[in-house]
Every structure is written in C-alpha cells, then in structure tokens.
Write a protein that binds this ligand. Structure first.
Ligand SMILES: Cc1cc2nc3c(=O)[nH]c(=O)nc-3n(C[C@H](O)[C@H](O)[C@H](O)COP(=O)(O)OP(=O)(O)OC[C@H]3O[C@@H](n4cnc5c(N)ncnc54)[C@H](O)[C@@H]3O)c2cc1C
Length: 221
C-alpha cells in the first residue's frame, strides 16, 4: 500500500547527511531495521523510487529517516538538501532482511549504519545490553550520530577512520581488526554498507569461524 508523507522537519547531521522527520501513517507498521521505498511527489521524479531505512521506532509518532545526499549522482538524494517542511513523498513498504535478531556485533560503513539506528535504540530501551557497533567512515566528520552511539546504554563502540585519532582505529575493517575486537564468534553479526565492504567482512567472519546463519546482511546497498 502506498502512503503519502509530509515532511515535518529536516536538519543536517553531518556535511552530507540529513535527518528527515515525516508524519507516521496510522496503518503503517514495520520492524526496527526495515526499509521502504520513497518517491518524491514532484514532476520528473514520480518514477524514481529509492530504498531508505526508518530510523524512528515503530511506536514513535513520527517516521524518521537519515539520508546521505550524493549531489554528484544527480538523483533522488541530490534533492534532499533543498527539501523544506511541507514537501511530500510517497512511501511503499516495509521490507528488508535486517531486523533485530538479538544482541550482537553490528558492522557498518557510512550510511550503512541506518538500519542499526532503530535496532540499537530498541535494544537500549529494552535494557538489552552487550551489542558492539563497529562503525567505519572515511573521516571523523563523516560519522553519523556519534553522540547517539556514545550515549546508548550498554553499547560498546569501535570507530574506524582513515585518519589518526587516539580514540579511534585507523584503516579498514579487516581480519586484524576483527580478530582484535571480536571475542565471541557465536552471536549475530549484522553487516551493512558498501557492497565491497559487506563482501569482504562476510568473508573474514566466515574464515574466522562465524556460522553462515549468524551473518545478517541486506542486498543492494
Ligand atoms: C534496503 C536499503 C536501505 C537503504 N537505506 C538507506 C538509508 O536509510 N539512508 C541512506 O542514506 N541510504 C540508504 N540506502 C542507499 C540509498 O538507497 C541510495 O543511496 C540511494 O538510492 C541513492 O539514490 P540517488 O538517486 O541519489 O542516486 P543513484 O540512484 O545511486 O544514482 C542516480 C544516477 O547517478 C548515477 N550514479 C551512480 N553512482 C554514481 C557516482 N558515483 N557518480 C556519478 N553518478 C553516479 C546512476 O547511474 C544513476 O543514473 C539504502 C539502500 C538499500 C538497498
């Protein structure tokens, strides 16, 4: 079923990522981690649906998204910085394989952290402590919602950037890093980010002995 949403608020989170707040249709339900197709209700864009993940919780009064804008694609996300309250979009969904399968290790690259926002907020609210977020970005300025990750109760964090910082890891999420920071291999491993990163992290985890059924990913990022 298609729903029409009206933008209620928009605010930058980083230099290229925005928090968008829409009204929540009464009959729209989803699980934390799931996504929906959004289509801009504007001439020339009504055939261009794109998948984005809900970052609010199902019981919240609003439907929120965190969207990284790619001005150089000239596509849907290039329009985000121009949007103002009152802007309308269509929503179709929900769908998606990434859901809450319990406390585990969450490995994200860039905007690939979006499915983990609602899941980790839900776990913290339910007192389910012990998850570990390994979050890779190019620079510190690219880290989405750093304040949230630092404040969520019971969440361990490892930030990985391509620059020197005494409080972060530098380089890639590779075997050396994963062997160093992962202690329990018998738990859910959630991976989301650019395709190449997801593939290489999945291969490393499998090599380390993580069972296939314990690796949760979403196709198409
Ligand atoms: C299930 C799922 C959930 C997702 N959730 C989120 C989310 O919550 N937040 C988020 O930020 N992202 C999310 N994404 C990623 C998001 O869907 C894409 O970033 C988005 O579709 C890009 O749309 P676009 O129209 O701006 O650009 P695109 O559709 O990527 O590209 C538009 C045009 O530009 C061309 N193009 C592609 N790459 C380049 C390039 N490098 N340089 C120049 N031109 C290029 C394409 O060929 C195309 O013609 C999700 C993806 C999936 C699969």
């Amino acid at each position: 079923m298609t729903h029409r949403l009206t933008l209620q608020g928009i605010a930058p989170l980083t230099h290229d990522t925005y928090h968008l707040i829409f009204n929540k249709p009464e009959d729209f339900d989803f699980e934390p981690g799931q996504a929906a197709e959004l289509t801009l209700d504007e001439k020339g864009w009504r055939d261009e649906d794109r998948p984005f993940t809900m970052t609010s919780l199902p019981q919240d009064n609003t439907l929120d998204f965190v969207i990284k804008s790619y001005p150089d694609h000239g596509g849907v996300t290039a329009q985000i910085p121009e949007m103002e309250p009152g802007y309308q979009v269509f929503l179709d969904g929900p769908f998606g394989a990434i859901k809450d399968y319990g406390v585990g290790t969450f490995i994200a690259g860039g905007a690939g952290v979006t499915p983990f926002i609602a899941i980790l907020k839900k776990q913290a609210a339910a007192g389910e402590h012990g998850s570990h977020l390994i979050f890779a970005n190019d620079t510190k300025a690219d880290i989405i919602l750093k304040g949230l990750w630092d404040s969520l109760k019971g969440l361990e964090t490892t930030f990985v950037v391509n620059e020197d910082d005494p409080n972060m890891r530098s380089g890639e999420v590779d075997k050396a890093l994963l062997s160093d920071v992962v202690t329990d291999l018998d738990q859910p491993f959630y991976i989301c980010g650019p395709g190449k990163m997801v593939d290489s992290v999945r291969d490393v985890l499998t090599e380390m002995g993580v069972k296939k059924d314990n690796i949760i990913t979403e196709d198409g990022w």
